[in-house]
Design a binder for this molecule. Sequence first.
Ligand code: SF4
Ligand code: SF4
Length: 175
Amino acid sequence: MSILSKLKETAICLNAGRVTMPYPFESKPVPERFRGRPIWDHVKCIGCAGCANNCPSREILINDICQEIRILHYLGRRCTYCGRCADVCPEDAITMSHEFENGTNKITDLQQRLELFMSTCQRCGRCFKGQSPLEALKMKGYRADDLANDRWVFKSTAYLPGQPILEDLTIELEG
Ligand code: SF4
Ligand code: SF4
């Protein structure tokens, strides 16, 4: 290899300028839709447990310590940042942040814990849940309570769009 080719190689290298980044002092901005560590908003969360029920890594635990207090715990160990929890959250309470530098020797640095006060039904005292399809159906009907036997009776009409009415539906609940 001649001295000339060495000089040529040096000139090429000098012209190329810096091709690496001075990481970790300076890092490249992540793309806008980058999914990093999920972050919970305790103000928006209604404690429905949808995120916990749908997390493929089982990273979210729910613990009802009493009738009104529900604990939501994000473990931060096996999370793949798949974003499913954020997708299913009905309240947009989970944001997939741009955080990806999560190396730590203390796992609690990554964990999140929400203490949620659950609204309870004034009648039965149990935690209020979102409407089930059955409840939604009941809301479309009307009440015809059996006063003598102290029972709630909901009536609704089952039908298919564009089809004649098929039958009446009656749901009777103990009061
Ligand atoms: S991002 Fe995926 S793996 Fe992580 S907590 Fe949410 S659903 Fe689970
Ligand atoms: S899905 Fe959303 S609202 Fe439901 S418990 Fe999870 S964060 Fe809270």
